[in-house]
Write a protein that binds this ligand. Structure first.
Ligand SMILES: NC(=[NH2+])NCCC[C@H](N)C(=O)O
Length: 271
């Protein structure tokens, strides 16, 4: 059995949601859903300036450096995946594909962001553009990004996707896994490793509402799991991040508990 390293990051200050403080409890609940493994809770720095967010990211880096197993990062907001993905790019280089399940693109820059919130800029920062304090040592090539389920994109994000070759699979492309598997393999070639980032707002609000920026027309929970199973059945998985749980409805906790444990299990299955 693969050893699992759970990193809980109760960061909420880089979310633009009014109810973002719920992410602290969400991180704790998510961490409880992951079976076994060694676990660490990262202490989050006060404040939301880029320098303060960078302090938290460096603590995530230290926590990861000590961890041995398959990295599972639990937010907190989407910004928590900055360092885990940067670490995967450092490790795998051009072999890494980032599969980003999210209703949003998180591809804004400080100049284009409508909210100013870093969680809407984190994926763009990983490509090397954004607040200087929050840029990775090695940038991710936008052509190695596969967006899955994004449906609430800002105009500047759409332009970036088109101009820089980000692959974008809409919810209607995800009825089965074929287009996703094809998109992931085209993004990376033969020997790839895939980092899977999940913002829970990729789910449809009809079955999951405990998020700060819901968007209609998303995935069903079983569909998300089936898609991740298909990807994990075919490619090496470099890491998993699950983010943006703002617990507000007990039914969502009941939906999430088996989903999270199944997601972790499938990502750590031996090939
Ligand atoms: N991960 C998220 N929930 N992101 C929401 C981003 C919303 C909007 N696009 C912004 O940049 O502010």
């Amino acid at each position: 059995m693969t050893l699992i390293s759970v990193i809980e990051v109760p960061q909420w200050r880089s979310s633009g949601s009014r109810t973002a403080e719920r992410l602290v409890e969400g991180a704790r609940l998510l961490a409880e859903m992951v079976p076994g493994g060694d676990r660490v809770r990262v202490e989050v720095a006060e404040g939301s300036t880029p320098a303060e967010l960078a302090v938290t990211a460096s603590r995530v880096r230290t926590a990861r450096a000590d961890a041995q197993g398959f990295p599972v990062t639990l937010g907190g907001d989407c910004g928590v995946d900055l360092e885990p993905i940067a670490a995967a790019v450092r490790r795998y280089g051009e072999r890494l594909v980032v599969l980003w399940f999210d209703a949003h693109g998180d591809l804004n820059t400080p100049d284009t962001s409508p909210s100013g919130a870093f969680h809407g800029m984190v994926l763009r920062a990983l490509t090397g553009e954004g607040h200087p304090e929050l840029l990775p040592e090695v940038s991710l090539d936008p052509r190695r990004i596969v967006l899955a389920g994004a449906r609430d994109l800002d105009a500047a994000e759409v332009a970036f996707i088109e101009e820089r070759g980000v692959r974008h699979l809409r919810v209607e492309d995800l009825a089965g896994a074929d287009a996703l598997l094809d998109g992931v393999s085209r993004a990376g070639g033969d020997e790839i490793a895939v980092y899977i980032h999940i913002d829970l707002d990729v789910l449809d609000p009809s079955e999951f509402t405990s998020v700060g920026s819901p968007a209609r027309g998303g995935l069903r929970a079983g569909q998300l799991l089936a898609l991740v199973e298909a990807v994990a059945g075919r490619f090496e998985i470099a890491g998993l991040g699950i983010t943006e749980y703002e617990p507000s409805d007990p039914a969502d906790q009941a939906t999430l508990t088996p989903l999270v444990s199944a997601l972790v299990k499938t990502c750590t299955q031996p090939h």
